[in-house]
Design a protein around this ligand. Structure first.
Ligand code: T1G
Ligand code: NAD
Length: 652
C-alpha cells in the first residue's frame, strides 16, 4: 500500500498520508507527496488540495531513524518549496501533532487548519538540531519573530487555540476535520489568495532584542548548543532575504546533525520510548486506576497525591493522627496554591484538585481504592504495620505499593495475603514534578500488577524504569557511588569547590557537595546509621564527620560549605578543612574536565555492575534514571551513553 493516496471531493483533491505509527517523513513519504503535487498540478479538474493524515497524528516530523544515514531525494526543504509552489492552493488539515518537518510541510501549504485537540511545534532543539526545512525562516513570517523565538528555541509545541492566536494556523474545528477542511479550502477559492508564506515580510527587531534573547536562551539551554544556534538562524531569517536565511538554516542543521549532542539526545529520545513498554508486558492488560489512596502525607505522600490529582485521579489521603493529617492536607494545598502563583493552575483548577481529595485517619476509607501507595517513615516496623492494616482495609484485588527508598520491598511484602498485588513505586522529590518513577517488583508481583505500575506512570506523565532489588535500587545506588567517589577525590586533596565546579561545568545544575548542602546531609547519614545499628559494616564517610559536628547543610548554616545568614551562596569552609584534615592525605592535582570524566566514569562503572546483576534491563534505562531523577544533563545522554564514549576516547 502506498503511503500517499489521492481521493476527490468534487473539485477539491484530498491527499491522505498513511505512514504508521506517526506519519514520519520517510523517503517514501517525501516522494509520495512530491508525486502527488505533480499529479494534482497536471489535473485541470482540481482547484484546491487538502493534505490530511490517517492514524493518530498529522506528520510528526522527519524520520529520526534516518538521521544517521545519507539523505535521499527528494530533500525535505525542496518538498516544502514544491508544495508552496503548487499551482493549486494546499490546505494542511492537522490532528494530533504537526511537529518539526510535519509543521514545515504544513507551512509550505497556503493554509493550515486543525482540530482543537491538535498541537503544532518545532521540537528539533530537543533532538540537538535546528529545524532543517525552513522552520526558522517560515515561522517568523507567520507568527512574528518573538513568537518564533519562543517556539523554536524552547522546542515546546503549542495547542491549536494558541497556534490560531499566533497566526500559525488559520482555523480550528471541534470535529469532522476532513469535511471542515474541504469546506475551508473551497471557501478560500472565493477570496484572493494570501501570498505564500515565504513571500511574507518579517519585521527585524533591534540588536538589544537579540542580546536579551541570547542571554535568556543560553541560560535555559544549560549547556545544550542547539537552542542558541536556532536563535542564530532566526536572526538570519529576520535580517537576510529568504534564500540566504534558508541556506544558513540548512548549513546549521547539517553541522548539528552529526554532533555529539544530537547523538546523545537521539539516544534519550529512543530510550524514553523503549522504557515504558517492556516486551514481556506487551499483551498484559493493566488493572483499572479509578481511585487511589496515599498513606503518609509528608514530603513524598503529599507530592504523590498531587501527581495523582494532576492526572484527575481521586485520592484518599491517610495520616496517623489528626494533627499530621492537617499538616499533610496543608502541604498538599500549598502545592496547588504555589502552582496558582506560578500561573500553572487557575484558582478553579486548584479548588478542583483539592475537591478530589478525601483526607482521613480511617483506613476503611480505602475500601474502594484500586491502588494504595504507602509513603510513611522509612522504618520497616512502621511500614509492616501499615501494610497489615491495608491488607484488611483494601479490596483483595487492589494494588498495594511502597515508596521506600532503601528498605527491601520483599521484607515489606512479607506476610501479605496477596503479595502478587504488591509492588515498589519509587517516586522522586518533588513527586509531582520529577518525571522518574522506579518500578520495583518483588518475586511474587504478578505481570498484571507490574503492567499497572507502568500504566500509572503513563497516566502521571512519568518515565517508568523497572529496577530489580538492591540497596538504593538503580538511582540511589549510583548516587552513593558518585558521592563516595567525590569524597575519595577530596581525600586525595582535590578542593570541594573544584569538584562542584567541574560537575556544573559538565552540565549539572549543582555539584555533589552543594547539592547535599541544599537537601541536607542528615538523610543519608541517618540511613547509614540505621544500617550500622542493624549490625552492618558501613565505613565512616566524610559526610558523617560533618553531620556529627552539626553541619547538616544550608539549614544549619553550614555543611560542606559555610553560608552567611540568609544566603545560599556556598563559601569554602575553614571549619570543614579542619574537621577533615586527618582524612585529606593527598595533594593531587586534577583539572576540571578530568574530575568530571572520572566521576562520570565511576557512575558508569556502577551502572555496569547494575546491568551485570540484572537490576536494570538496559543501559539506556540507567541513563533515564540519571536524567529524570538526578539532574544528569540530557544532552550528554546519561552516564552509560557518555561513559561509553569516555571509554572509547581513552582507548581510541
Ligand atoms: N521518527 C521516527 N519514529 C518516530 C518519530 C519520528 N519522528 N516519532 C515517533 N516515532 C516512533 C516512536 O519511536 C515509537 O516507536 C512510535 O513512533 C510512537 O511514538 C527536518 C529535522 C508524535 C507526539 O521530534 O513527539 O522533523 O516504540 O510512543 O505518545 O526540521 O511520537 O512504537 O517502535 O512517542 O502517540 C521532529 C517526535 C523530528 C516528534 C506521538 N519530530 N515524536 O506520541 O507515540 S526532527 C519529533 C513525538 C524534524 C525537520 C526535523 C511523538 C508524538 P515504537 P510515541 P505518542
Ligand atoms: P516524611 O517524614 O516527610 O513523611 C512521612 C509521613 O508519614 C509523615 O507525615 C508521618 O506523619 C506519616 N506517617 C508515619 N507513620 C504513619 C502511619 N502509620 N500511618 C499514616 N501515616 C504515617 O517522609 P518522606 O520524605 O515523605 O518519606 C516517606 C517515604 O518515602 C520513605 O519511605 C522515604 O524513604 C521515601 N522516599 C523519600 C524521598 C525523599 O526525597 N524525601 C524520595 C523517595 C522516597
Amino acid at each position: 500500500m502506498s503511503v500517499v493516496s489521492i481521493s476527490r471531493d468534487g473539485d477539491i483533491a484530498i491527499v491522505t498520508v498513511d505512514n504508521p505509527p506517526v506519519n514520519a517523513l520517510s523517503q517514501a513519504l517525501r516522494q509520495g507527496l512530491w508525486d502527488a503535487a505533480a499529479t494534482l498540478d497536471a489535473d485541470p479538474s482540481v482547484r484546491a488540495v487538502v493534505l490530511i493524515c490517517a492514524g493518530r497524528t498529522f506528520i510528526a516530523g522527519a524520520d529520526v531513524t534516518e538521521f544517521g544515514k545519507p539523505p535521499l531525494e527528494p530533500h525535505l526543504p525542496d518538498l516544502v518549496d514544491r508544495i508552496e509552489g503548487a499551482e493549486k492552493p494546499w490546505t494542511a488539515a492537522i490532528h494530533g501533532s504537526a511537529l518539526g518537518g510535519g509543521f514545515e510541510v504544513a507551512m509550505g501549504c497556503r493554509f493550515r487548519v486543525a482540530l482543537d485537540s491538535a498541537s503544532v511545534g518545532l521540537p528539533e532543539v530537543t533532538l540537538g538540531i535546528v529545524p532543517g526545512a525552513s522552520g526558522t525562516v517560515r515561522t517568523p513570517r507567520l507568527a512574528g519573530i518573538e513568537a518564533a523565538v519562543d517556539l523554536v528555541t524552547s522546542g515546546k509545541p503549542v495547542r491549536a487555540a494558541k497556534a490560531l492566536s499566533l497566526g500559525l494556523i488559520d482555523a480550528v474545528f471541534a470535529s469532522d476535520l476532513q469535511a471542515n477542511a474541504v469546506a475551508f479550502a473551497r471557501d478560500a477559492l472565493t477570496c484572493d489568495l494570501p501570498p505564500p508564506v515565504s513571500a511574507r515580510p518579517v519585521a527585524a527587531p533591534d540588536a538589544a532584542f537579540w542580546d536579551s534573547r541570547s542571554q535568556a536562551v543560553a541560560k535555559a539551554a544549560k549547556g545544550a548548543d542547539a537552542p542558541l544556534r536556532a536563535l542564530g538562524c532566526l536572526r538570519k531569517a529576520a535580517e537576510a532575504p529568504f534564500a540566504e536565511a534558508m541556506a544558513f538554516e540548512r548549513q546549521t542543521f547539517l553541522d548539528l546533525r552529526g554532533s555529539d549532542q544530537a547523538a546523545a539526545l537521539r539516544h534519550v529520545f529512543f530510550a524514553e520510548r523503549a522504557a515504558p513498554r517492556p516486551a514481556h508486558l506487551r499483551d498484559v492488560d493493566p488493572l483499572p486506576l479509578r481511585r487511589a489512596g496515599v498513606v503518609g502525607g509528608g514530603t513524598m505522600g503529599a507530592g504523590i497525591a498531587a501527581a495523582l490529582r494532576d492526572a484527575g485521579i481521586p485520592v484518599t489521603l491517610i495520616e496517623r493522627d489528626g494533627q499530621a493529617l492537617a499538616r499533610g492536607t496543608a502541604t498538599l494545598r500549598g502545592i496547588f496554591e504555589n502552582a496558582v502563583k506560578r500561573g500553572k493552575l487557575s484558582d478553579a483548577q486548584a479548588r478542583d484538585r483539592m475537591a478530589g481529595v478525601t483526607a482521613t485517619t480511617d483506613h476503611a476509607a480505602l475500601a474502594d481504592a484500586d491502588l494504595v501507595i504507602e509513603a510513611v517513615f522509612e522504618d520497616i516496623a512502621v511500614k509492616r504495620a501499615v501494610f497489615d492494616r491495608l491488607a484488611r482495609a483494601c479490596r483483595p484485588d487492589a494494588v498495594l505499593a511502597t515508596n521506600t527508598s532503601y528498605l527491601d520491598p520483599r521484607l515489606i511484602a512479607n506476610g501479605l495475603p496477596h503479595p502478587d498485588r504488591f509492588i515498589g513505586l519509587h517516586f522522586f522529590s518533588p513527586a509531582n514534578v520529577m518525571r522518574l518513577l522506579e518500578i520495583v517488583p518483588v518475586p511474587e508481583t504478578s505481570d498484571r500488577t507490574l503492567a499497572t505500575g507502568f500504566a500509572l506512570a503513563r497516566l502521571l506523565n512519568k518515565i517508568p524504569v523497572q529496577s530489580g532489588i538492591c540497596e538504593g535500587f538503580i538511582g540511589n545506588r549510583i548516587l552513593k557511588r558518585y558521592r563516595a567517589s567525590a569524597e575519595a577525590l577530596v581525600c586525595q586533596g582535590i578542593a570541594i569547590a573544584d569538584i562542584d565546579a567541574a560537575m556544573r561545568g559538565y552540565g549539572f545544575a549543582m555539584g555533589p557537595f552543594e547539592a547535599q548542602d541544599l537537601g541536607g546531609l542528615d538523610i543519608a547519614f541517618l540511613q547509614r546509621e540505621g544500617a550500622r545499628a542493624a549490625g552492618r559494616t558501613v565505613p565512616e564517610t566524610l559526610g558523617d564527620i560533618l553531620v556529627r559536628a552539626g553541619r547538616k547543610g544550608q539549614k544549619t548554616g553550614g555543611g560542606w560549605y559555610d553560608y552567611a545568614p540568609g544566603e545560599r551562596r556556598p563559601q569554602p569552609s575553614a571549619a570543614v578543612a579542619d574537621l577533615l584534615a586527618d582524612r585529606i592525605t593527598g595533594s593531587a592535582r586534577m583539572d576540571r574536565d578530568s574530575i568530571a570524566r572520572h566521576l562520570i566514569g565511576e557512575m558508569a562503572a556502577e551502572g555496569q555492575a547494575i546491568l551485570d546483576e540484572g537490576i536494570a534491563a538496559r543501559a539506556s534505562d540507567i541513563d533515564l534514571v540519571e536524567i529524570h531523577g538526578y539532574g544528569f544533563p540530557r544532552w550528554r545522554g546519561g552516564p552509560m551513553f557518555a561513559g561509553a564514549s569516555l571509554a572509547s576516547s581513552r582507548t581510541g
